[in-house]
Design a protein around this ligand. Structure first.
Ligand SMILES: Cc1cc2c(cc1C)N(C[C@H](O)[C@H](O)[C@H](O)COP(=O)(O)O)c1[nH]c(=O)[nH]c(=O)c1N2
Length: 234
């Protein structure tokens, strides 16, 4: 056992004082007003400096065993994005066929990506590393590397909101579809295909709710006490 430091804390530690009221409000505002964006992208380019801030925010995310498995493939070339969009169109037709009747009609009326409209696409991938290599925290939960990458995506999304930049996550692909167009090696899994660009308007609630596809649930319905389904008052 290592001896404790004099005051019991590591020299690299610092105060964990709460944020000021304004700082705290800004954090919650980013969380509450973040939206998935499909169609509101403006053509205005995102500067390298701004993109770097978003990527730095993503790179700050927690990761299992500090594995830092997230990698960011930035796609600017319209031709390459056209290839990805063509794949989306094909997969989206397959997806639409999985719904029936009025639901299928409603599905087809939704715009579910901004691959070509957004000035920038970023594919966030997870370098799953070499099999057999033990990673702290991942020894019994193999997918924690992918969860770590999802944390990076959320950091990116929230930082983007603070910058006035919209992000839309597109997952209507078979992950294998992206291997060839992005040159992904076998140990790299695509996690999030993101459309990124400035926006001047955002929905005040999830667009899928505004368009009557699904409804947000009250938080209370999703919080249990001690056991699945148990309520505090039970
Ligand atoms: C893992 C994952 C995958 C997808 C999404 C999200 C996430 C987390 N979302 C966005 C999703 O529909 C949206 O987050 C919810 O409807 C809630 O809306 P807000 O994000 O609050 O605007 C999404 N949206 C879309 O139009 N096409 C898509 O393929 C996907 N895929």
């Amino acid at each position: 056992m290592l001896p404790p430091d004099n005051d019991g804390s590591h020299p690299d530690m610092r105060s964990a004082a709460p944020f000021s009221d304004a700082e705290r409000a800004a954090v919650y505002r980013a969380i509450e007003t973040r939206r998935d964006v499909r169609d509101e992208f403006l053509p205005q380019p995102v500067s390298d400096e701004t993109l770097r801030r978003l990527l730095a925010a993503a790179h700050c995310a927690p990761s299992v065993g500090l594995m830092q498995p997230s990698r960011f493939i930035v796609l600017r070339n319209p031709e390459q994005r056209k290839t990805i969009h063509d794949i989306f169109v094909r997969r989206n037709a397959e997806a639409a066929a999985m719904f029936e009747g009025e639901r299928a009609e409603r599905y087809r009326s939704l715009k579910l990506e901004g691959i070509l409209k957004a000035p920038l696409n970023v594919c966030v991938v997870c370098d799953r590393g070499r099999d057999g290599e033990a990673v702290l925290g991942r020894t019994h939960q193999r997918d924690t590397d992918v969860y770590s990458t999802a944390c990076a995506v959320q950091n990116f999304w929230l930082a983007a909101r603070a910058e006035g930049i919209g992000v839309g996550w597109v997952s209507i692909f078979d992950p294998a579809d992206l291997v060839e167009p992005l040159g992904l090696p076998e140990h790299v899994a695509p996690v999030a295909y993101l459309c990124v660009g400035y926006v001047d308007r955002l929905f005040t609630r999830p667009e899928l709710e505004a368009r009557r596809w699904a409804e947000r649930a009250p938080l209370e319905d999703h919080v249990f006490e001690g056991r699945w389904g148990a309520r505090r008052s039970d």
